[in-house]
Write a protein of this length. Structure first.
Length: 477
């Protein structure tokens, strides 16, 4: 199993009491996430060249989605944009260097104690270096930048998992729509054969016209269902195309003997606990909570003094003409020292910002609690979907065998006159309905398995490749 690349080891009880999580821990986990992102891409590039040009499987669909899906690309761009928060915050701790200058023409007229005029140019430039020594809000902001980057990595990882789920959902939806069409076409063929048999029997007087009408009705109904199924295939094909950005063509179907293994560990509460700690949405909210907590500290730092080292180097030149005599004055100046500032009164605005950040901290805590509960609920639903889906699949497989036997028995009974036409038609309908239900149960079970891994933050490359291995080696005709 490919373990989750990013996790936050914080229990639900600790989250409720809002324990602090070191910023360095979140950043370390975020960095561990990056190398795993390319494994599946490399595997797909290595394996897909051996596939037929007309074949498409889950890996091929995911490869196209990674390059073309708008939601995923937007999440990646957001991750890259948020990554710039850290260097921006670091800038508040580094020195700043500013160069300023001016060139001014002056026309001066003197009236007292003597009269005269002067016209001159003055030119000046100043280079100032400022190094913050104590600006507590800048240190807090730097920590916030690191946390925001960690949260963005978690959000991006969640978007990648969501993309895997959306690709698998769209892929299996299209396969199921094709299965439905195949089942309806088989049912239509069987209804046509039964209609022809009823017509021949009616001609020789062994059945009534009612048998012919019943067979005709089932045949016409199958034709209408065929049209709806073909339309549904086009809708599902376009839904997959929206994600992958291209028409995937024929899809590799699910193997007839494909069956997912039971969840490991085979205990719902273990998966719920994993989801509460490892879900990427939870990890993102943990980072948001830490950012909000530090925002309170940053706003509180607005009451503290600031101390900077300030160094300047400047030059001022003046060339003037006074009473016909030119005068050239040049000054050079260098300074270095400490500069401090103490906020005494800011119109009560800073106190309001502190209260605002405290309320936002409460909101972040509530958002984290909601994310944990949603993750736990998703894990429960997915676990039950896998376990119950496997049981339902086995039950439908038994029902399929029974329905096949029932159809054969009804056909034989119709031939010998102990069964009527409607019995055969009903048996046919039951058989093909069972086939559709079995296909749906198998797809739903596989999707539930992926959702269970995603809820716990453990859906990785190996899981998706294992799911792809359940497909047939060649596309359906």
């Amino acid at each position: 199993m490919n373990r989750r690349p990013f996790s936050v080891t914080m229990s639900a009880r600790n989250a409720a009491t809002a324990n602090r999580i070191p910023c360095s821990d979140l950043m370390t986990e975020a960095k561990r996430m990056k190398p795993s992102m390319s494994r599946l891409t490399l595997a797909m590039m290595a394996g897909l060249f051996t596939l037929p040009a007309s074949a498409a499987d889950l890996l091929a669909a995911l490869r196209d989605a990674l390059s073309n899906d708008a939601q995923y690309l937007a999440a990646r761009a957001q991750r890259d944009a948020t990554a710039e928060r850290k260097p921006q915050a670091l800038a508040g701790l580094l020195p700043t260097l500013t160069l300023s200058g001016n060139s001014i023409y002056n026309d001066t007229e003197v009236t007292k104690p003597f009269s005269g005029s002067a016209q001159y140019n003055s030119n000046a430039w100043t280079l100032q270096l400022t190094q913050p020594l104590f600006r507590w809000q800048n240190w807090v902001q730097y920590e916030q930048g690191e946390l925001q980057v960690a949260g963005a990595e978690a959000t991006y990882a969640q978007a990648r998992q969501d993309l895997m789920l959306r690709v698998a959902q769209a892929y299996f939806d299209l396969l199921y729509a094709q299965d439905v069409l195949t089942s309806i076409q088989s049912q239509k063929t069987a209804a046509k054969e039964q209609l022809e048999l009823a017509e021949r029997s009616f001609e020789v007087g062994t059945v009534t016209i009612t048998d012919v009408h019943e067979a005709q009705s089932r045949y016409d109904l199958a034709g209408a269902q065929e049209i709806a199924a073909m339309n549904d295939i086009e809708v599902k094909r376009y839904a997959l195309m929206v994600i992958t950005g291209k028409d995937s063509g024929r899809l590799q179907p699910l193997r007839g003997d494909a069956e997912p293994p039971r969840p490991q560990p085979d205990d719902m509460q273990s998966w719920v606990s994993s989801a509460e700690d490892g879900n990427f949405a939870v990890a993102s909210q943990v980072a948001a909570l830490e950012v909000a907590r530090r925002e309170v500290r940053r706003q509180q730092a607005g009451h503290l003094p600031t101390v900077d080292i300030v160094a300047t180097r400047g030059e001022n030149k003046t060339l003037s003409v006074l009473g016909g005599a030119p005068t050239d004055i040049e000054q050079k100046n260098s300074t270095i020292g400490l500069q401090f500032s103490v906020p005494l009164f800011q119109g009560l605005g800073q106190q309001s910002r502190v209260r605002e950040s405290a309320h936002l901290l409460d909101k972040a805590q509530s958002d984290l609690d909601a994310a944990r509960r949603n993750a736990a609920q998703s894990a429960r639903q997915a676990y039950l979907g896998v376990v119950n889906g496997m049981s339902q699949t086995r039950a439908l497989q038994a029902a399929l065998r029974s329905s096949t036997s029932a159809l054969e028995s009804n056909k034989l009974g119709y031939e010998v006159g102990v069964r009527i036409n409607i019995d055969v038609l009903n048996a046919q309908q039951q058989l093909y309905a069972t086939r559709r239900d079995l296909a749906k149960a198998r797809y739903d079970t596989l999707l539930a398995q992926l959702r269970l891994k995603a809820a716990a933050g453990q859906l990785g490359d190996d899981d998706f490749m294992a799911m792809n291995a359940l497909l047939e080696a060649t596309p359906a005709p």
